[in-house]
Ligand binder design. Structure first.
Ligand SMILES: [Zn+2]
Length: 324
């Protein structure tokens, strides 16, 4: 029977994760190899191809049984032409990755940036299964996002919709962001920003529980801050409150703009669980007037560490649904 499986490739700067699933996202096999980006573009492409060959073999399926191959990686990229425009962590510049894969396998292949793919993973296989619209927010070393409208990724005119990490939330006195602007959401609400703020507090003599837990101020991470806050450290609590005040306020703005059915939060910092969700929900409760959108569920992502593979698989499933 043709097209019963989908392959998802999560192409990162340090590792390539490849999975094969059925069209419901059930993982049949998965493998991880180092990206070895330093060896150059040709080596990385060869590694992707080898991973795909290996996983088809491991799953004991024929190429004809694979409905499609999805690839996700950091942007900017063009999903329509299948070209990665610029990926600093891979050292890539205008790489037509989809053309390479199609030439090798003769299987329909799709490309998407990782945050949009993650939003799609949640829509098809995660917390957004029951809705047609959602905002996916990933909070990890940076802040990113993806918008699902009418069941599909909303990309915008230049494929850059959902770049929520660079929404400016502190136009005056904000910190400089990697993008060159000041006061982006990412400079306040990311795991990196939370850790940096906490280190400043500790270096100024506060947050002693954070110092005890981490051993040194340099070793403090967002997790340390949450653990210290749970132990009652007032300075740690204040660091989290501040970060999540901005994150929550941004979500209020998005609810007012998009009125989606769900807000799904993923990424490493979301693993703090209630330490994140309780303050974020409280901010939404405080800052939204009593309109229906105020009661939009704000929930944790469900696809976990498989989010990249499942997002890439989602590209295939989405295409299949459209064809079917
Ligand atoms: Zn920025």
């Amino acid at each position: 029977m043709p097209g019963r499986y989908a392959i998802g490739v999560d192409l990162g700067g340090t590792k390539i994760a490849t999975g094969i699933t059925d069209l419901s996202g059930n993982m049949v096999a998965r493998r991880f190899v180092a990206t070895d980006a330093a060896s150059g573009e040709a080596v990385v492409i060869a590694r992707i191809m080898r991973s795909i060959h290996d996983i088809i073999k491991e799953a004991k399926v024929s190429n004809e049984e694979v409905a499609g191959i999805g690839i996700c990686c950091p942007g900017p990229l063009n999903p329509e032409t299948g070209v990665v425009i610029f990926a600093p962590n891979l050292g890539w510049n205008h790489v037509p990755i989809v053309a390479h894969i199609v030439e090798e396998f003769g299987i329909p292949t799709y490309l998407e940036n990782d945050a949009n793919a993650a939003a799609l993973a949640e829509k098809w296989f995660g917390a957004g299964r029951d809705v047609q619209s959602l905002l996916y927010v990933t909070v990890s070393t940076g802040v990113g996002g993806g918008i699902i409208l009418n069941g599909d990724i909303y990309r915008g005119r230049n494929h850059m919709a959902g770049e929520i990490g660079h929404a400016i939330v502190q136009p005056e006195g904000g910190e400089r962001c990697g993008c060159g602007q000041y006061g982006c959401l990412e400079t306040i609400a990311s795991g990196t920003a939370i850790g940096r703020r906490a280190r400043e507090v500790v270096q100024a003599g506060g947050g002693q529980r954070m110092l005890e837990l981490a051993g040194s101020s340099e070793a403090i991470t967002a997790r340390t801050v949450a653990d210290a806050a749970a132990d009652g450290d007032a300075d740690a609590k204040a660091v989290l409150e501040r970060a999540f005040l901005y994150l929550g306020t941004f979500i209020v703005n998005m609810l007012n703009v998009l009125n989606v059915e769900k807000i799904v939060i993923g990424g490493g910092v979301s693993k703090l669980g209630e330490s994140l969700f309780v303050p974020v929900r409280r901010v939404v409760d405080d800052k939204m007037s009593d309109v229906p959108a105020k009661y939009t569920p704000i929930v944790p992502a469900e696809t976990g560490d498989s989010v990249g593979i499942l997002g890439a698989v989602g590209l295939v499933v989405k295409a299949e649904v459209r064809v079917g």
